[in-house]
Design a protein around this ligand. Structure first.
Ligand code: NDP
Length: 318
């Protein structure tokens, strides 16, 4: 335990406010664990950057991501979850009770901790991408698409996210170029069909982004390589004002890596079908431990499991 500073003691601490965090909070609060939940930087998590959610059971007409997350927050609060805005900046899991530091200052000791910190959008890693971040480059069409109304944009990626972003942008922008590195989309058939049906989405298969260009005023276009390395390789430029990344995510596990077992991609490893990590009393739920399913509903389900696992641990010590 830290000495010389005020340490708040809580029974159950939940880190993260996506479907996993809020569902864990609903279950933990109803089990009298008096959960304290820290939202992280983006309260509501990744779903707040989504448009329509059509596959979460219970919403026959669909629901927007932000509305669904607001509903979950209210439900968690209704049963007494103490929801706080703040970021866990470091942890000390070397002894029980486990400790976390909030915003680099206050320390909290918790008997059980549920990690539901989710994952963050991946970038290509081009220096020119860095240059135009915030002035043309974005990883969230729902957040930033509005700025490109009537303009031409590009989306990179071939999964469900890329298709969803392209479809959303096609309703706002003049033309949307979907840059796909393979000769096929990885997205579900229904999303693919929507992309192919949209009159203003131009799918560029077998294209890779080489460089972004523009001025200090912002992005002006993208240089692309088609079938790079092949005998018929070619290079083109497209003029776009916006460039949206949709190439997957990285789990938010940096602050835990000293203590928790992670897989090669950085996801927290849990024991069997449980949410138990290698540290007793520390549980993981949602996208932070799930490289496979990564759905709102599967995250919510693992949040539920984490709260039940935490309750068992607190009551029975296992
Ligand atoms: P995915 O991992 O499914 O897809 C990532 C895409 O980005 C792939 O097409 C991949 O190409 C491409 N990619 C990766 N790295 C690069 C790179 N360096 N350059 C160019 N392209 C690259 O991520 P998503 O975010 O799309 O989806 C994650 C999960 O969430 C999936 O399970 C998906 O089904 C789900 N999802 C569901 C939605 C829904 O049901 N409404 C909406 C959004 C997501 P390649 O195919 O060549 O590997």
């Amino acid at each position: 335990m830290a000495t010389g500073k005020m340490t708040e003691r809580v029974k159950c601490l939940i880190i993260g406010s996506g479907p996993a965090g809020y569902t864990a909070a609903i279950y933990a609060a109803r089990a009298n664990l008096a959960p304290v939940l820290y939202t992280g930087l983006r309260a509501g998590g990744q779903l707040t950057t989504t448009t329509e959610v059509e596959n979460f059971p219970g919403y026959p007409e669909g629901v927007t991501g932000p509305v669904m997350m607001e509903d979950m927050r209210k439900q968690a609060e209704r049963f007494g979850t103490n929801i706080r805005f703040g970021i866990v900046t470091s942890v000390d899991f070397s002894a029980a009770p486990r400790e976390v530091t909030i915003d680099g200052g206050q320390t909290i000791a918790a008997d059980a901790i549920i990690i539901a910190t989710g994952a963050t959008a991946r970038y290509l890693g081009l220096p020119s991408e860095e240059r135009f971040r915030g002035s043309g480059v974005s990883a969230c069409a729902t957040c930033d698409g509005f700025f490109y109304r009537g303009k031409d944009v590009a989306v990179v990626g071939g999964g469900d996210t890329a298709c969803e972003e392209a479809i959303y942008l096609s309703g706002l922008c003049r033309e949307v170029h979907l840059i796909v590195r393979k000769n096929h989309l990885r997205a579900s058939k229904v999303m693919q069909q929507r992309v192919f049906d949209a009159p203003n989405i131009n799918v560029l298969f077998e294209h890779n982004t080489v460089e972004l260009f523009g001025t200090d005023m912002g992005l002006e276009g993208v240089r692309l390589a088609r079938r790079a390395g092949e005998p018929d390789a070619s290079f083109t430029e497209i003029r776009v004002d916006g460039f949206f990344l949709a190439i997957g995510h990285v789990p938010n596990t940096d602050i835990f890596k000293e203590y928790l077992q992670l897989d090669a991609a950085g996801y927290i490893i849990t024991e069997g079908t449980s949410t138990r990590t290698n540290v007793p009393g520390v549980f993981a739920a949602g996208d932070v431990m799930d490289p496979v399913y990564r759905q709102g509903i599967t995250s919510a389900a693992s949040g539920c499991k984490a709260a039940i696992d935490a309750e068992r641990y607190l009551v029975m010590g296992c």
